[in-house]
Design a protein around this ligand. Structure first.
Ligand code: MYA
Length: 154
């Protein structure tokens, strides 16, 4: 279950490698709200996203999709807290202040990965989130992320 349009398709001017619709060479992940404080994302790896062994997903790609899914969730939440639809009015941006990933099991390269992010805490300047990444139903990575609000000229 997921709510509404993809968060990334509502955030303007995003050229990020992991989540920017404007980046033709990027991963272009898509995240969706699932209720008030939770969001989900499904990403299908390509063969060249592999680790050393070709059957497993590269750890940097795992960190990137977690980073982008959680930061885009923080951005969309910033708009929600301001009482606006995502992407409307003055731009709201967050950058990654902290990204702590624990790799618990290898993720299969030929299976989609499923991410679930949860907002744990929010203040004026930062949003703290947790994230789980699963592959074929198995928990492969967990993360703690601090998203810090940054100005438009960051
Ligand atoms: C136009 C902008 C575009 C932005 C890109 C969007 C692309 C779309 C999505 C892209 C998706 C991909 C996204 C990417 O890849 S973003 C690219 C990767 N990230 C970076 O390059 C960030 C580089 N760092 C900075 O710019 C600054 O250091 C930041 C902005 C992070 C903080 O700046 P500053 O130091 O001035 O902030 P502050 O001192 O006022 O603190 C504010 C609050 O934050 C808390 N805190 C700070 N750091 C940390 C930390 N390390 N751990 C824990 N907490 C931390 C701090 O305690 C305080 O909390 P509190 O004490 O108030 O409770």
């Amino acid at each position: 279950m997921r709510d509404g349009a993809a968060i990334q398709d509502q955030i303007p001017d995003n050229h990020c490698f992991g989540c920017g619709p404007q980046n033709d060479h990027g991963l272009q992940i898509k995240s969706y709200w699932r209720g008030e404080n939770e969001s989900v994302c499904e990403f299908t790896p390509l063969p060249h996203h592999c680790a050393g062994p070709t059957r497993y997903l590269n750890g940097g790609i795992i960190a990137t999709v977690i980073d982008c899914h959680t930061i885009c969730t923080a951005i969309a939440d910033g708009y929600r807290q301001a009482g606006r639809d995502t992407g409307t009015g003055n731009k709201i941006w967050y950058a990654t202040g902290k990204l702590e990933v624990q790799y618990r099991a290898p993720a299969e390269i030929d299976e989609p990965v499923e991410l679930t992010a949860k907002i744990l805490e929010r203040t004026e300047r930062k949003t703290v989130l947790s994230c789980e990444l699963k592959s074929a139903g198995r928990l492969c990575a967990t993360a703690n992320v601090v998203a810090v609000r940054v100005p438009d000229n960051w």
